[in-house]
Design a binder for this molecule. Sequence first.
Ligand code: ADP
Ligand code: MG
Length: 140
Amino acid sequence: MAIERTLSIIKPDATRRNLTGKIAAKFEEAGLRIVASKRIHLSLAQAQAFYGVHKDRPFFGELTEFMASEPVVVQVLEGEGAIAKNREVMGATNPANAADGTIRKEFALSMGENSVHGSDAAETAAVEIAFFFSGLELVG
Ligand code: ADP
Ligand code: MG
């Protein structure tokens, strides 16, 4: 399998509860390398732009207000099959359905406040990484 890069966001429910390190450890334990990382506070407009694909969904307002409510940590994860591997480590969107040992099973509070975002395909990973990072900031 090819070496890939994927975008991860540690969401406000997790940064608020001081879970940044525990979540980063899950990525590293799974063999994903954190090749870029920064803590930022998204504006509402930035959150709306990032989640534009969901703009017609009923939860769009709740999601974007939540993502802009407190700081997040955006990271680029690199490794063999990193996009699918990260989705595996994250667990299902709804923590009630997430497998044991996954980030969302251990830490998520609800379907909305579910601790992490991860890109879902190669095309979205490329767009999402470029949304937050310049090439100079990716240090493999
Ligand atoms: P994932 O983050 O697992 O890729 P989606 O892309 O479907 O999930 O949704 C993006 C984010 O929107 C979810 O992680 C979650 O924070 C929020 N969300 C999704 N569905 C709901 C819902 N029914 N109610 C509230 N928030 C939701
Ligand atoms: Mg998604």
